[in-house]
Design a protein around this ligand. Sequence first.
Ligand code: HEC
Length: 109
Amino acid sequence: MAQKTLAAALALVAVLGALAAEAKAPTLPKTVTVDLPKGLDFYAGPGADAINNNCLACHSRDMVLNQPSMPKAAWEAEVAKMRNVYKAPVAEKDVPAIVDYLVRVKGAK
Ligand code: HEC
């Protein structure tokens, strides 16, 4: 009996000690730097900056480039869908350069 009580007391001390240690050293957020692998941007060319700056926040380049080749109207609709349905924060002024880029690399008649 005394042994059980002693064991319970020791366990309690251990738990309280752990809690006290945690209270003394709170976990603080810290800034870390992550180097993402290179080569995941859209390929260089006219309009590459516009598409890199606007179209990589939610999915990869390959998500876009693995789509079938499509005519200009379809790419315009695709960019509009990203903006209107998925709320992609793409400035109106960047849309023509993005569409031209897409038509150049994945265009179809
Ligand atoms: C705010 C987030 C967001 C941004 C920014 C964004 N997209 Fe998307 N995109 C999505 C989502 C969500 C899907 C659907 C993913 C899925 O089905 O798994 C998608 C899918 C796609 C697809 C696949 C076809 C489809 O309609 O599902 C293409 C192509 C595409 N995006 C192009 C673009 C282009 C071009 C841009 C830049 C103008 C862009 N996205 C920016 C969220 C975004």
